[in-house]
Design a protein around this ligand. Structure first.
Ligand code: 3HC
Length: 311
């Protein structure tokens, strides 16, 4: 990893060229991407768990079918992202192991409980909404396979956001009890959704390096502000109140001012705090162990096929 290699690499990036798997890249660029892409994939997988619990409880067949389609999409997103990770030289087993033994993170948002059907709506509206804001930016990421995975994922994610918002419209325009369900869900998911964008830029470990290498194209705070500016009018359309007394449109800034984020909660949830974090990982380990026979059968079948082809 010599000076000239790094300089040539940076010049490529500054010319907005994409880095492909066979290109030379600094080890730290590779490591930063493996970290981010694997945690992104883990988030897609763990995100399916709370939604799976609501499949059998969906209020209508249509909602059940839509939720099933969304969950299948998430599984597909995880596969694109695990595959993008493998182009950087990691094995699938290694990456999955890092999740199961707690070394790798997944988005803190999935450590929150999903107590009512309105939460399923709020997740689609806010969590997938925030994910879209972040993922549209990642379509311009300098690493080719990651950027291309994002193109496909963003198309499906916008359906996730719309179906969630439609659930919220139904509830907000329903009976007073339904509208209260929607308001309570907004109260639970508003602040955790803001935390999805990561710590403030001043606290961001990777922000500067990630920006210099054109992985991150907009900062955590910039994307968070964009999400707030876009989402507050949607809450107003629903006739719901955003649970932030400091939220106020600032004409001079052309953005909403908003209150302080509870970073202690963020850190506690990141440490897998609270019963839900442990429950999510237990469910993942159980699914992994229960699924071992499928992996073994698929490998045996592939080996038999290979043997037949060479016979
Ligand atoms: N949850 C968990 N960890 C988080 C986090 C969050 N909401 N926000 C930040 N972190 C972690 C970072 O991973 C980093 O820890 P690490 O060094 O151990 O990886 C640390 O906090 C410091 O944060 P940084 O700002 O320095 O980290 P990044 O530069 O990586 O920025 C990020 C954080 C914006 C989340 C970035 O990693 C990113 O863009 N990741 C890809 C997007 C992603 O993972 N989205 C998950 C959303 S859920 C989803 O997509 C499923 C959808 O279907 C709903």
């Amino acid at each position: 990893e010599d000076e000239s290699g790094a300089a040539r690499f940076q010049a490529l990036l500054d010319r907005e060229e994409k880095i492909e798997p066979r290109d030379w890249m600094p080890d730290r660029y590779r490591k930063l991407l493996v970290r981010q892409i694997s945690q992104h994939a883990h988030s897609e997988v763990v995100g399916m768990l709370p939604e799976g619990n609501w499949l059998t409880r969906a209020p209508t067949l249509k909602r059940k079918a839509v939720l099933l389609a969304k969950i299948q999409d998430e599984a597909g997103h995880a596969l694109y992202l695990y595959s993008a990770c493998e182009t950087l030289g990691t094995s699938r087993e290694e990456t999955i192991e890092a999740l199961l033994d707690g070394r790798a993170k997944y988005s803190s948002i999935f450590n929150y409980p999903v107590p009512t059907w309105a939460d399923v709506g709020a997740i689609g509206w806010l969590v997938d909404g925030a994910a879209i804001v972040n993922q549209v930016m990642l379509c311009r990421c300098s690493y080719g396979p990651y950027a291309r995975a994002m193109e496909r994922i963003c198309k499906e994610e916008s359906f996730h956001q719309r179906q969630g918002y439609e659930i919220m419209i139904k509830l907000a325009q329903g009976t007073p009890a339904q509208k209260k369900l929607a308001q309570d869900a907004l109260n639970r998911w508003w602040w955790p959704s803001l935390m999805m964008f990561g710590p403030h830029d001043s606290e961001s470990t990777h922000g500067n390096q990630s920006t210099e290498w054109k992985i991150k194209r907009r900062s955590n705070d910039d994307l968070r502000q964009h999400f707030i500016d876009m989402t507050v009018p949607q809450a107003e359309f629903l006739g719901l109140t955003v649970p932030d007394p400091d939220l106020k449109w600032n004409e001079d800034r052309g953005h909403y001012d908003f209150g302080p984020i509870n970073w202690d909660e963020f850190k506690a949830v990141l440490k897998g705090g609270g019963p839900v974090g442990r429950e999510r990982m237990a469910a993942r380990r159980a699914a992994h162990d229960d699924g071992a026979w499928v992996r073994e059968a698929a490998i045996a079948h592939a080996e038999k096929r290979k043997a037949r082809q060479h016979a």
